[in-house]
Design a protein around this ligand. Structure first.
Ligand SMILES: [Zn+2]
Length: 280
């Protein structure tokens, strides 16, 4: 049992590293509308990256961060992104399968869906920071996937309190996206310009679909607002001028925090709401 559990942790780490390698590609290509499925090539000389040079982290170290063909340096962001993926893969697995006794199919499938969500949120916030846009592929298009995940997880009897029914998932998407949409509409009207983007609204819809309306979407939105206000204040004071920060990363980070400590967070922010409510 214990051996299997360690093997599964190794698997989670390996999948995380591979996903880290994939999101480097997604971050670079999604904003430009390029396909995610064509093989990677060197930006400078156009040579395809050979499979043996595409091993996460190790290839970068082995090639000392350079293209094998032309010697152009590759950014250290690549191996760091892969390491982040591996670390998150392992941590998410351990969050849902903390010991060999919890090693059931339902928990493992929950961990897989949770990691898919975390990976999606990392891509959305990276792209938002670099390009000030949240791709639909990571927000609105992912909402039906989250609803389907809720249905699958409920059907296989996933015991984690984070898992909501598909009805609550649909309600969460409507409530989360609808509420932030209303806030965006009012804020943009008052400011006379785009203060809050529709990408944020769609991402909030996804978070609502993943966690349900209460306490999920509510707790995530509250945390993201506090986080956004705190970081905004610090940056404004340091830069001595008004700086417009993207809200997507605050939403994404709050979503990731909710995956790990959702119920603790909910009971702190909303006393008495740690269990949320259920629909018939
Ligand atoms: Zn090259």
């Amino acid at each position: 049992m214990i051996t299997t559990w360690w093997i599964l942790q190794g698997g989670a780490l390996a999948i995380g590293l591979a996903v880290g390698s994939f999101w480097n590609v997604a971050i670079a290509r999604l904003p430009e509308g390029r396909s995610l499925w064509t093989p990677s090539a060197c930006e400078a000389c156009g040579h395809r990256v050979r499979p043996r040079d595409n091993v996460p982290v190790l290839s970068w170290l082995w090639l000392r961060g350079r293209c094998r063909d032309c010697g152009t340096p590759f950014s250290a962001v690549h191996p760091l992104g892969e390491l982040l993926g591996g670390m998150l893969g392992l941590l998410v697995f351990r969050r849902f399968v903390p010991d060999p006794d919890a090693m059931h199919a339902a928990e493992i499938v929950t961990a897989a869906f949770a990691f898919a969500l975390v990976a999606d949120l990392v891509i959305a916030s990276y792209v938002d920071i670099r390009h000030r846009i949240i791709p639909d592929e990571t927000s609105s298009y992912a909402i039906p996937v989250a609803v389907a995940a809720a249905a699958i997880l409920t059907a296989i009897g996933a015991p984690d309190p984070l898992v909501v029914s598909w009805k609550l998932s649909v309600l969460g998407a409507a409530a989360g996206g609808g509420f932030l949409g209303l806030v965006a509409w009012i804020a943009n009207w008052l400011a006379g310009q785009e203060a809050l983007g529709w990408g944020d609204v769609k991402l909030m819809g996804l978070l609502g679909a993943a966690f349900g309306p209460l306490p999920g979407a509510f707790a995530v939105l509250l945390l993201a607002s506090l986080l956004g206000a705190a970081v905004g204040l610090v940056v404004t004071v340091v830069a001595r001028r008004r700086v417009h920060l993207p809200f997507g990363p605050a939403l994404a980070l709050s979503g990731i925090v909710y995956v790990f400590w959702g119920l603790e967070l909910a009971s702190i922010l909303v006393p008495g709401m740690s269990r949320g409510f259920t629909l018939p």
